[in-house]
Design a binder for this molecule. Structure first.
Ligand code: ADP
Ligand code: MG
Length: 452
C-alpha cells in the first residue's frame, strides 16, 4: 500500500476512536513521511503537538498501523511545517478572495522573509502601544546602537508581528541594500536548526544568521525545549550583539516570565530595551476602526464604528476580521450593507467569543480536550487524572465568564469555594511560567470559541 493510502486508512480508524475535537486538534495535520524497516516516521506541525501525540496517542497509533501493516512496530515523530494550502490546492481557478490571499503570500520577500504589507506607516499608534512604537522608531534611526536588543511583548493579535516586520520594512526602504535584514519566527528557526543538525549543515545556518545586520525574531516563547536550538540561538545572538548588529525580538510575555529560557539568555534580553503593547482602550479602538476603514475604502456610519469598538474588545485582529467580513459581504452582494445587516455581522462575530459562551460549553470543551466525561469533570471523584482538567475548567469559567467562585465551586467538584480560588490562582500563576500549560489553555479556548 502506498504511504499516503496507508496513512489515510490509519487516520480514518483514529477518527472513530478518539473525540472529534481531539482528532482535529492533534492528528488532522499529521503525515506519514516514511516507513523504515519497522519504524513509521510521522510528521506533525509543531513541538507541542508532537509531545502531546507521543504521550497520548502513540500506543493507539502503533496498534492501528500494525493492523494495516503488520511489519510496523514503532513510530517516530518529527516536526515539519506543513506546506501552505495554496500550494496543495488543486483548484485550477482560485476564487477572487483566495487569489488575493495567494498574491499576498507570494509577495513575501524571499531574502528578508518580510511581508511588505506590514509597514510602520500603517501601524496605528495610541497610548497602548506608544512605548513600543517609539522604541521601534529609535531603532530605525540608530541601528544596533541605541536599544539592543529591542524586546517587544504583548498578547495575541495586538500588533507584535506587524510592528517588528514594520521595523524591518522601514529599515529596508531607508537603507536599501546596505543593511542585511532577516525575519524569522522562532518556530522556523528551531526547525532550521534541527534540519541542519540532521543533515550536518550547521555551518550554513551559522553563516546565514551571523552575517545579517538586523535580525528579527518573532514569538521567541516557542524557542525553548530544545537545548541545541537555544544554544545555537544564544551563540547567534552573542555574535550579532558583540558586533553591534541589531536584534529585535517579540514575545507573548516579558523575559522574566519565559519559562524555558536559560538564565544567560534572559539576562541578555533584560539588558536591552523592553517595551510592552497593552490592550487598546475604547477610544483607541474607535481610532483603529476609523483608520482601517479609510484604508480599506469602507464607509461605515459612526454608530456601527462605535458598535464594533464596544464589542470587539479582544484585540486588533478581531477588529480587522470584522471589517474584512463586511468588505467580503459587500463585494459578494455587490452593494452597501444595510444597518441591520451590519449589526448582525458584528453581533455574530463578537457574540461568539464573548457573550454567548455558556458554562456547559467550557465544561464540554475541557472534557473533550482531555478525553474525559463531563460528568467526571464536574463530579466528586478525587481521581488524580481529574485534577488538572478541573483546575483548568475552574480557571476558564472565571477567566472567560467572570463567574463567582462559590458558583464555580458548586459546578465543578461540588467543593468549598476556597478550592476554586486555589485552583484559579494556581493556573493563573503557572500560566506565565509554563509554556505547555499556556498552549493547552489557548487550544481549549479555541475549542470553546468553535463550539456551539
Ligand atoms: P500579534 O503578532 O501580536 O499576534 P499581529 O501583528 O499579527 O499581532 O496583528 C494582528 C492584526 O492586527 C494584523 O492584521 C495587524 O496588521 C493588525 N494590527 C495590529 N496592531 C495594529 C496597529 N497598531 N495598527 C494597525 N494594524 C494593527
Ligand atoms: Mg504575531
Amino acid at each position: 500500500m502506498e504511504r499516503e493510502e496507508l496513512w489515510k486508512s490509519v487516520l480514518s480508524e483514529l477518527e472513530i476512536q478518539i473525540s472529534r475535537p481531539n482528532f482535529l486538534t492533534w492528528l488532522k495535520n499529521s503525515r506519514l513521511l516514511d516507513v523504515k524497516n519497522d519504524v513509521a516516521v510521522i510528521s506533525l506541525p509543531n513541538y507541542f503537538t508532537k509531545e502531546w501525540v507521543e504521550n497520548k496517542y502513540n500506543k493507539l497509533i502503533i496498534s492501528t498501523l500494525k493492523n494495516i501493516n503488520y511489519s510496523i512496530k514503532k513510530a517516530e515523530y518529527i516536526v515539519e511545517s506543513i506546506p501552505k494550502p495554496s500550494v496543495l490546492s488543486k483548484d485550477p481557478e482560485p476564487k477572487a478572495l483566495e487569489k488575493q490571499l495567494l498574491l499576498q503570500e507570494t509577495k513575501i520577500d524571499p531574502e528578508t522573509n518580510l511581508n511588505p504589507k506590514y509597514t510602520l506607516d500603517s501601524f496605528i499608534v495610541g497610548s497602548f502601544n506608544e512605548l513600543a512604537y517609539s522604541a521601534a522608531m529609535a531603532v530605525v534611526k540608530n541601528i544596533g546602537t541605541k536599544y539592543n536588543p529591542l524586546f517587544i511583548y504583548g498578547g495575541v493579535g495586538l500588533g507584535k508581528t506587524h510592528l517588528i516586520q514594520g521595523i524591518g520594512n522601514e529599515i529596508k526602504s531607508v537603507y536599501k541594500n546596505k543593511v542585511k535584514i532577516k525575519y524569522v519566527t522562532s518556530e522556523k528557526f528551531t526547525n532550521e536548526v534541527i534540519w541542519a543538525i540532521r543533515n550536518r549543515r550547521m555551518d550554513d545556518i551559522k553563516s546565514a544568521y551571523r552575517s545579517v545586520d538586523v535580525l528579527l525574531i518573532d514569538d521567541i516563547q516557542f524557542i525553548g525545549g530544545k537545548e541545541k536550538t537555544e544554544e545555537e540561538f544564544f551563540y547567534t545572538f552573542n555574535s550579532l550583539y558583540e558586533n553591534n548588529k541589531q536584534i529585535i525580538i517579540s514575545s507573548d510575555r516579558p523575559p522574566k516570565a519565559l519559562p524555558v529560557l536559560e538564565e544567560r539568555l534572559r539576562s541578555r534580553f533584560e539588558g536591552g530595551m523592553i517595551a510592552d503593547i497593552t490592550y487598546p482602550e475604547y477610544e483607541a479602538r474607535v481610532a483603529i476602526i476609523k483608520t482601517k476603514t479609510q484604508e480599506k475604502e469602507l464607509e461605515l456610519e459612526q454608530k456601527i464604528i462605535e458598535l464594533i469598538a464596544k464589542r470587539a474588545q479582544r484585540n486588533i485582529r478581531e477588529i480587522e476580521g470584522i471589517l474584512n467580513k463586511i468588505l467580503f459581504y459587500q463585494s459578494t452582494k455587490g452593494r452597501i450593507l444595510a444597518l441591520e445587516e451590519l449589526e448582525k455581522i458584528v453581533s455574530e462575530m463578537t457574540d461568539k467569543g464573548i457573550i454567548n459562551i455558556s458554562p456547559a460549553q467550557i465544561i464540554k470543551s475541557v472534557s473533550d480536550f482531555f478525553e474525559i466525561l463531563p460528568n467526571d469533570l464536574t463530579g466528586r471523584s478525587r481521581s488524580k487524572e481529574l485534577i488538572e482538567p478541573r483546575q483548568i475548567a475552574i480557571y476558564l469559567l472565571r477567566d472567560m465568564l467572570d463567574m463567582s467562585f462559590p458558583y464555580i465551586a458548586s459546578k465543578i467538584g461540588k467543593r468549598d469555594h476556597s478550592t476554586a480560588i486555589y485552583a484559579y490562582k494556581k493556573i493563573n500563576d503557572n500560566l506565565t511560567r509554563n509554556t505547555n500549560l499556556h498552549q493547552k489553555i489557548m487550544m481549549i479556548k479555541e475549542l470553546v470559541n468553535k463550539s456551539e
